[in-house]
Design a protein around this ligand. Sequence first.
Ligand code: IPE
Ligand code: IPE
Ligand code: MG
Length: 253
Amino acid sequence: MGLSLPLEDFPTLVLDPARLPRHVAIVMDGNGRWATRRGLSRLEGHRRGKDSARTVIEVARELGIPYLTLFAFSNENWQRPIAEVSFLMALLRRYLMTETKRLCKRGIKLIILGDQAKLPHAVRMVLDEATRLTAANTDMTLALALSYGGRQEIVQAVKSIARAAASGELDPEQINEALIASRLHTGHLPDPDLLIRTSGELRLSNFLLYQLAYTELYFTETLWPDFGEREFLRAVVAYQTRERRFGAVRSSD
Ligand code: IPE
Ligand code: IPE
Ligand code: MG
């Protein structure tokens, strides 16, 4: 039985619960533009963006999507003005302090992707606490990409493999795709099935470069603070219309 959704572009859109993406990854972009278009400071856009993140987490959990990855702060975002970076860090800290209980109630496990050493001490403390408190949850995994860069992640994976090979712990012949994947921050998470990017930008911006090899891409003009339940469902329905071939041919051809 499909779940009927009244969406404006179709009278009724049917979502097939049997064909949900296992892993959805989202580049939450457009907070600054959302705010400046309204004559507000970019910071207000980030505040509103946090509410969209909360909504999407809830919807993904209700749908039963097992893995959700949110790109919250990139390695390159450290180049932004100090006031914006500080605001984002404070927002994140407050968000985690208030939200961890709710994550536990919903059975959501939090993991962090990225170079945590660069994060302020106060943020690392709440991240450690939140990941520890949610570690045993099994209903959904929420991966927050913070101070994350895909190329930097590949560099650290290569270094760790090279070290293991140099010490004799690993035979270079054993290096394969699965071994490389296991040394990335995403570890044993499945690759994303669906990538959503908001705000009309058509690029990856250094997000999950290795993991997105066969991911279905979905771009929307909607700015992240305007992205809600309806938009998320529309992206999942669009995903369900895609034919994934992974380089092979359809069995009917
Ligand atoms: C995304 O919104 C949030 C972060 C990158 C932290 P932006 O801040 O990039 O918003 P735009 O792209 O400038 O509108
Ligand atoms: C990507 O958005 C990073 C996040 C959404 C956290 P950016 O706004 O930083 O990307 P560019 O600079 O437009 O490529
Ligand atoms: Mg942006």
